[in-house]
Ligand binder design. Structure first.
Ligand code: HSE
Length: 311
């Protein structure tokens, strides 16, 4: 039966997870964006409205808006003979490091796909959403939109040809997200990255990335946390993310199994075992680091979650 209207929740996501730059991504239970999509007889995509956190800074030009560009990529990919009007409710502030544009892109693509009579495969929906990431961040990366669409942990096996794999995350995988009152634009944060990596660094990154996946398979949160290390990307972005190292140290001292920079920043992510750890103690230790340096912050004590879901 043809659907005329759908509303979906699309989650925040962790990306990189230490050494998995542009490869690893993980869906969170909260926060999330809500995208409403309505069929229109005229082809193309229009944005009817944007509200919520940071809405005033987001373009309503559908070609440059992440939800709009993603929905259009799905309609074009499916050769649809109708258009879509979108309304976006932001639960995730832009420039956060937990996949704000990715959540909107995934929500736009997923909602558009639900309106199709013959939906595209999920991997193709992810590819359409990643195309929108290219529009907003200047690079085709799927480590936020992948888990936002598919849920759990996703691994971009390769970009060309595009192939993304999904796996489950242990039940007790707890996450403390601390978002300092600092804005980091992904486009700018990518400019800070080195273009070449020493072989020794590559060995370090691959060893940790492989160990992280093994930890996921075994349900070993200590091994996962210990593998969330990166000596290439995070240090290059340190100047954009004040007090990051102190915040990471404070999280570990308060019982976190691992800590890392969320995506391109500024969110600081701490991982803990919910069966033995105390997320509130970690959150408070990290908040204190920022507060003692005059920086306010928001916190979510959350866990791994599913991908886009229809409301
Ligand atoms: N992997 C990307 C980056 C994620 O670190 O630039 C951006 O959210």
């Amino acid at each position: 039966m043809t659907k005329d209207r759908v509303t979906v929740a699309s989650p925040a996501t962790l990306s990189n997870l230490g050494s998995g730059f542009d490869v690893f991504g993980l869906a969170l239970n909260e926060p999330f964006d809500v995208v409403d999509a309505r069929r229109t007889s005229e082809r193309g995509v229009v944005i009817d409205g944007i509200e919520g956190r940071g809405a005033e800074s987001i373009t309503r030009d559908s070609a440059r808006n992440s939800a709009g560009a993603a929905a259009l990529a799905v309609l074009e990919g499916a050769n649809a003979d109708f258009g879509i009007a979108l309304t976006i409710k932001k639960g995730i502030r832009p420039c956060s490091g937990i996949g704000s544009s990715g959540a909107s892109a995934a929500g736009g693509a997923y909602a558009a796909n639900l309106l199709l009579d013959d939906p595209l495969p999920l991997e193709e929906v992810v590819r359409c959403a990643a195309q929108a990431e290219q529009v907003t961040s200047g690079s085709f990366h799927a480590d936020n939109v992948g888990p936002a669409v598919m849920g759990g942990l996703t691994i971009v096996k390769s970009y060309e040809p595009f192939r993304i794999l999904r796996m489950d995350v242990p039940d007790d995988f707890g996450v403390v997200v601390t978002m300092p009152d600092v804005l980091v634009d992904t486009k700018e944060a990518r400019k800070a990255l080195p273009t070449e990596v020493p072989l020794k660094s590559m060995v370090f990154e691959v060893g940790n990335a492989a160990s992280l996946v093994l930890g996921m398979c075994r349900g070993d949160i200590a091994l996962i946390g210990d593998s969330m290390r990166d000596i290439v990307v995070e240090p290059a972005r340190a100047s954009l993310n004040p007090h990051l190292l102190e915040a990471e140290q404070a999280a570990r001292a308060a019982g976190a199994a691992g800590a890392f920079l969320g995506g391109s920043g500024p969110c600081m992510i701490a991982i803990y075992d919910r069966s033995v750890g105390d997320g509130r103690a970690i959150a408070s230790a990290v908040r204190d680091v920022y507060a003692s340096n005059g920086i306010g912050s928001d916190t979510w004590i959350t866990h791994a979650g599913q991908g886009c879901r229809r409301l």
